[in-house]
Design a protein around this ligand. Structure first.
Ligand code: MN
Length: 429
């Protein structure tokens, strides 16, 4: 089935600003609450939120096999379970409904009032009920930098790293939507070269610039997903900030990996940009040497050219861009990650979230975390307001953005942001 929604020449009757993340070629999926307090699955064109529940009730999805309440839900899990064919049909239909040459909804004021909302008047929710969250570690530059900074130069990247996509199982209960405030975590840390811990708020709070993919029900327990079929089970992508307390991480992460240094919060952007929408931006991934084992071997354009950016905004200052990276820098691809994740028979479900790992490039400007950008605090970053940062201060806001662009279309992810607050006072004792 053709992805007619991706036609770069298509124009919408909804006006879209030239640099918008959401032209008619995007058609992402999300969940929002309208000002009448109704929760619905929706999409977005320009600065308008589109209520897919209302569109479906009004008969605009006639001929597509959908249950009556598929969009009248507080998550996309059931729709994602319907599979790629249905996602594609629905996205193609939405593109037709909002095409400038289609009069049906365009000139029906009564219907338009039921379907369209100003983005300012809706509240975005988590788009999926996340059963499980796994975070990979798939940037070669990030892995090399972090191992050097946390373990010392003599213990660079572990010997398994070039043979498989390394990951840890994250915590889904604390995945929150962009705009949610973050509390600085407290925990055990040690002073340099000491082995007796002290307790208190983290002094090395960091972000991790990541992209995450969301799957459908991909396999039964005991079965595995081949690298060739893996992308069939990926619904779409979001931006992810995998907040990390480096001082807590440094003390706790051997021998079993990160725990409290990461499970206090992870922020995602609200709109899931479908893998279908990202098709025009496919590129060949990083060369892999040594050649991976047979079940991880793949050919063709297996990654996506997504420009990524991080800004830091002090409480009373303006934003400073502190990192510019690209998703195509990753060593392991999404298909390899998903195939590796299931090679032992681990089952993957609709709405599961898979973080890429910090997306760092090979230049200092393209590092995707503070620990790398400031080289563990030894080279502080200067901000526009004259202050500088080794790590994230209280009341700082971290904003991540991502977009793909070619000569005819620009498709973006919107923002993934969070403001940091000190720990609750009564709890520091
Ligand atoms: Mn991470």
């Amino acid at each position: 089935m053709l992805i007619t929604a991706n036609n770069p020449n298509r124009k919408s009757w909804i006006s879209v600003k030239p640099n918008s993340d959401f032209p008619i070629q995007n058609i992402p999926f999300g969940v929002f609450i309208t000002k009448d307090d109704i929760v619905t699955v929706g999409t977005r064109i320009g600065d308008l939120a589109i209520d897919l529940g209302a569109l479906h009730q009004l008969g605009y999805f006639k001929g597509i096999d959908l249950t009556d309440d598929i969009f009248l839900q507080d998550s996309l899990n059931d729709f994602i379970s319907d599979g790629r064919k249905t996602w594609r049909k629905v996205r193609n239909r939405i593109a037709d409904i909002f095409d400038i040459n289609n009069n049906e909804l365009q000139f029906n004021e009564l219907h338009r009032e039921k379907v369209l909302f100003d983005m300012k008047d809706v509240e975005m929710q988590l788009p999926v009920n996340i059963g499980d969250y796994t975070d990979f570690y798939s940037s070669k530059d990030h892995a090399t930098n972090v191992e050097t900074l946390l373990k010392g130069v003599d213990k660079s990247r572990s010997s398994n790293w070039l043979h498989m996509p390394i990951a840890y199982h994250g915590r889904s209960s604390s995945v929150v939507i962009s705009g949610t405030n973050i509390r600085r975590p407290k925990g055990q840390t040690v002073i340099e070269n000491d082995t007796t811990p002290i307790f208190g708020p983290s002094n090395m709070l960091d972000f991790e610039l990541e992209v995450a993919f969301i799957t459908t029900d991909a396999n039964k327990m005991g079965e595995h997903i081949s690298v060739k079929d893996a992308e069939e089970h990926i619904f779409g992508l979001v931006l992810l900030n995998d907040w990390t307390a480096r001082d807590i991480q440094k003390w706790e992460f051997e021998p079993l990996g990160p725990f409290l240094s990461k499970n206090f919060a992870s922020t995602i952007s609200p709109w899931i940009v479908t893998l279908d929408a990202l098709e025009p931006f496919r590129v060949v991934s990083q060369p892999q040497d040594p050649k991976p084992l047979h079940y991880l071997q793949q050919e063709g354009k297996k990654t996506i050219d997504i420009n990524l950016q991080v800004s830091l905004k002090p409480d009373k200052g303006s934003e400073t861009i502190i990192s510019n990276s690209n998703f195509k820098n990753q060593y392991w691809t999404m298909a390899q990650q998903l195939s590796h994740h299931t090679i032992n028979g681990c089952n993957v479900r609709s709405g599961d979230l898979f973080g890429s790992g910090t997306v760092s490039g090979n230049t200092q400007e393209s590092y995707g975390s503070m620990i790398e950008l400031t080289w563990a605090g030894t080279k502080p970053i200067n901000l526009k307001d004259g202050s500088n940062r080794k790590f994230i201060n209280d009341f700082d806001t971290v904003i991540m953005r991502g977009f793909c662009k070619n000569e005819s279309v620009r498709i973006g992810f919107g923002e993934c942001k969070g403001k940091v607050f000190p720990p609750k006072k009564e709890l520091i004792k």
